[in-house]
Design a protein around this ligand. Structure first.
Ligand SMILES: O=C(O)c1ccccc1N[C@@H]1O[C@H](COP(=O)(O)O)[C@@H](O)[C@H]1O
Length: 211
């Protein structure tokens, strides 16, 4: 049975991390983008990263960060995967020698196949809505803009919620889904019930796809 992987992004509190892991999330995201309401300090991130079992991935999210900042973060926090959510190019993304995913901010006119071909070294292409502030806005985009022939595994994000993720998974069959706003009580504060409902909806979609 194939399974859609689940990342809960923008974790700032221990209890939210534990709720995500208890619900069955595969990964959690720490935001190292200072303007974000979900920004975490290195000390907080290091503390959170020590809370989880070895088979839950810790993802570090950066937006156009100075490479020195990414290196400093890697030295302090055991990140399994880097998520570049700004205007970084492949040379930038590859310099850290770590697995990474690259976000594309989807809007009409963006050639996603060409975009993905520029990041062949990435583990996947993360598709998010084009919004001011780069992401985490809880905004969906027109899923019909996603070509079927993308050369990289797709991580679907942007405005996913417990209510729409089942249709997203059954309709688009992404390798993974990533959510922040849709499982929050307030910005940076997760809701354990919404996390559980989100994970359950993805699992139901997987059961439907594998039936
Ligand atoms: O979470 C943030 O604050 C954030 C800031 C800057 C860039 C990306 C950010 N989060 C990512 O945005 C997408 C969509 O999130 P949402 O579910 O629509 O709120 C997701 O990949 C987050 O990892």
């Amino acid at each position: 049975m194939s399974r859609t992987r689940i990342k809960i992004c923008g974790i700032t509190r221990r209890e939210d991390l534990l709720a995500a892991v208890a619900a069955g999330a595969d990964a959690f995201g720490l935001v190292f983008y200072p303007p974000s309401p979900r920004f975490v300090t290195l000390a907080a991130a290091a503390r959170l990263s020590r809370e989880v079992s070895p088979f839950v991935s810790c993802v570090g999210l950066f937006v156009n960060a100075d490479p020195a900042v990414v290196r400093e973060t890697l030295a302090a926090v055991p990140l399994d995967l880097l998520q570049f959510h700004g205007d970084e190019d492949a040379v930038y993304c590859e310099q850290f020698g770590k697995p990474y995913i690259k976000a594309a901010r989807v809007r009409p006119g963006l050639d996603l196949v060409e975009f993905a071909r520029a990041f062949t070294s990435a583990r996947g292409i993360l598709l998010d809505a084009y919004v001011e502030g780069y992401g985490g806005a809880g905004q969906t985009f027109d899923w019909s803009l996603i070509p079927r022939n993308l050369p990289l595994p797709v991580v679907l994000s942007g405005g996913l919620t417990p209510a729409n993720v089942r249709d997203a998974v059954t309709g688009l069959r992404p390798a993974a889904v990533d959510v922040s706003s849709g499982v929050e009580a307030a910005k940076g504060i997760k809701d354990a019930g919404k996390i559980a409902a989100f994970v359950a909806a993805v699992n139901e979609a997987d059961i439907q796809l594998n039936a």
